[in-house]
Design a protein around this ligand. Structure first.
Ligand SMILES: *[C@@H]1O[C@H](CO)[C@@H](O)[C@H](O)[C@H]1NC(C)=O
Ligand SMILES: *[C@@H]1O[C@H](CO)[C@@H](O)[C@H](O)[C@H]1NC(C)=O
Ligand SMILES: *[C@@H]1O[C@H](CO)[C@@H](O)[C@H](O)[C@H]1NC(C)=O
Ligand SMILES: *[C@@H]1O[C@H](CO)[C@@H](O)[C@H](O)[C@H]1NC(C)=O
Length: 489
């Protein structure tokens, strides 16, 4: 049904409008500048917290900015949105309508992977550049299919790679991944971790997966989950929301896992601080805050590195103001997240590469050429800092690892993973506080093994014969020497 709808739209649109669509932009007659027509497509998202009420004013601000910057180009932007779900059909139809009805020189969006998939394929066929700050899933990573797609989002792959670099840094090989399967984004994160661990061949990783997916996490048997995980690893990665992680850690406390033998990791990539709260052990009025704090000493968090610049603050304030004034929305700070800045950068980067192509005498309508110029290069001056687009056309975001400062009880950054270098880099002057009085990371496998029954830890039932003989001979010798010494004194 979806595919049929889509094909029908494409087919009929083609017959009806293709003849005159390329000439329908009458402004090109009076205006000598190159006309860049951006079509921005959005559907309701399920994997990223994208609110169109603020994305739209952000993209408008970006368009105004590039119009001021590049006097040789006139940028126009139209918005197609309203589909109430992230499915494959609607976004593709929007794209086809715009392509055949009007003129499109670039697409921006959609963010959700399912909707991006058909739009990305058609854009590739039409050879039109497409930019998104979404599409975080690996299903749109293959750029031999999505030849004109540039992704300015962070990638879950990058975050997963950071975890791998952390394991290498501390010489850990065993890891348990504990996943909340009720959340799409968590499932995607799990998939990225597994993909990375499967592919690696210069380092040994043994991972185990522990999934749970009940509607109410209260009835989850975390005791069982953690106990089973402890049979295979001492390093746990929680792929879940904050409430659940706190509960898991408290359960781990009950199981005696706060003694320094265990290390826990988790992610906070796009969760908005205002909405989801700081990464905190503290829960008002909870009698277990003390236990939680102790456990958080063993927790480390991977976050997306967002420069907390004044420029970004002013930008989000302006976006929110425009959203309220122009679109009569109730937008507030809780909606601002790194995705917003990345979408703004989508428009900026298109302006940059279009100007470059025009000035250098290239074909501004050739999406593949535009992509080739942009990929494997750094764009300076994005809203979220300098942006490195890798050779696959994806932004390599930067990530931060934070650890709890036991004195203040607040998370502080201890290491960085720069997408451009892909290494674990310790932040100078900081150190990780290892729980249990250790001054370094706990070993990959505890001395007595994961289940405490390593051979060298088993109680010796009886002395072996040879041992007994040895002890007897030794005893006799000692006795003899003492006796001898006494006799000849
Ligand atoms: C569109 O404009 C071009 C150049 O002005 C012209 O050659 C072409 O015939 C026009 N096409 C239509 C369908 O009007
Ligand atoms: C959870 O699992 C543990 C260990 O398997 C078991 O002893 C306990 O009864 C379970 N609790 C619930 C509520 O099912
Ligand atoms: C447009 O591109 C050219 C060539 O890369 C560059 O020299 C020029 O500075 C760009 N214009 C602006 C306003 O950035
Ligand atoms: C990316 O660019 C660097 C230098 O700018 C070059 O050495 C490298 O070969 C390029 N990689 C690819 C895959 O094109």
């Amino acid at each position: 049904m979806n595919i049929i709808t889509c094909i029908a739209v494409v087919f009929f649109s083609h017959i009806l409008w293709h003849g005159n669509c390329q000439n329908s932009t009458d402004h090109s007659i009076s205006d000598k500048r190159f006309q860049a027509d951006i079509v921005s497509i959005f559907v309701i998202n399920s994997e990223l917290p994208v609110s169109l009420e603020i994305i739209r004013p952000a993209l408008e601000l970006a368009t105004t900015q590039i119009n001021e910057k590049y006097s040789n180009i006139k940028f126009n932007i139209v918005f197609r949105d309203g589909a109430s779900s992230c499915k494959a059909n609607v976004a593709g139809a929007y794209a086809a309508e715009e392509y055949f009805l009007r003129r499109v020189t670039a697409f921006v969006g959609p963010a959700c992977t399912l909707a991006l998939d058909p739009v990305g394929r058609m854009a590739s066929y039409w050879n039109i550049p497409i930019y998104t700050a979404g599409g975080i899933d690996t299903t749109v990573s293959d750029k031999s299919i999505f030849t004109t797609l540039t992704r300015l989002s962070f990638s879950l792959e990058g975050a997963a790679n950071f975890i791998l670099e952390i394991l290498k840094e501390f010489n850990w090989h065993h890891i348990a991944i504990i996943v909340d399967e009720t959340n799409l984004q968590k499932i995607l994160m799990k998939r990225s971790l597994v993909d990375i661990f499967k592919d690696i061949n210069d380092y040994e990783i043994f991972y185990s997966l522990k999934e749970f997916s009940q509607k109410s996490f209260i009835d989850a048997n975390f005791t069982k989950l953690l106990t089973e995980a402890s049979k295979e690893a001492r390093v746990f990665v929680f792929v879940a929301g904050w409430e659940i992680i706190r509960s898991l850690l408290l359960e781990a406390y009950n199981l005696g896992m706060g003694d320094g033998e265990y290390t826990f990791f988790t992610f906070q990539l796009i969760e908005n601080k205002e909405k989801y709260g700081e990464i905190s052990w503290y829960k008002p009025g909870d009698y277990r805050n003390k236990n939680a704090r102790k456990m958080y000493e063993a927790l480390m968090v991977v976050t997306l590195r967002v420069p907390a610049t004044l420029q970004y603050k002013q930008f989000s304030a302006k976006v929110l103001e425009n959203s309220r004034l122009k679109y009569n929305s109730n937008a507030d700070e809780t909606m601002v997240d790194p995705i917003l800045g990345a979408f703004y950068d989508c428009v900026l980067i298109y302006g940059h590469i279009l100007n470059k192509t025009l000035v250098e005498g290239g074909d501004p309508l050739d999406g593949r050429t535009l992509a080739k110029k942009l990929w494997n290069s750094t764009f300076y001056g994005g809203m979220a800092g300098d942006i490195f687009i890798n050779a696959n056309g994806d932004r390599e975001a930067d990530y931060t690892l934070s650890d709890l400062d036991p004195e203040t009880g607040i998370m502080r950054p201890v290491a960085t993973y720069y997408g451009i270098r892909r290494r674990y880099e310790k932040i100078p002057g900081t150190y990780i506080h290892w729980p249990g009085g250790l001054d370094g990371p706990p070993p990959d496998i505890p001395y007595c093994g994961f289940t405490g029954d390593a051979l060298h830890c088993l109680p010796q039932k009886s002395f072996p014969v040879l041992g007994s003989v040895g002890i007897t001979v030794f005893g006799l010798c000692v006795f003899g020497s003492i006796a001898g010494a006494l006799l000849y004194k």
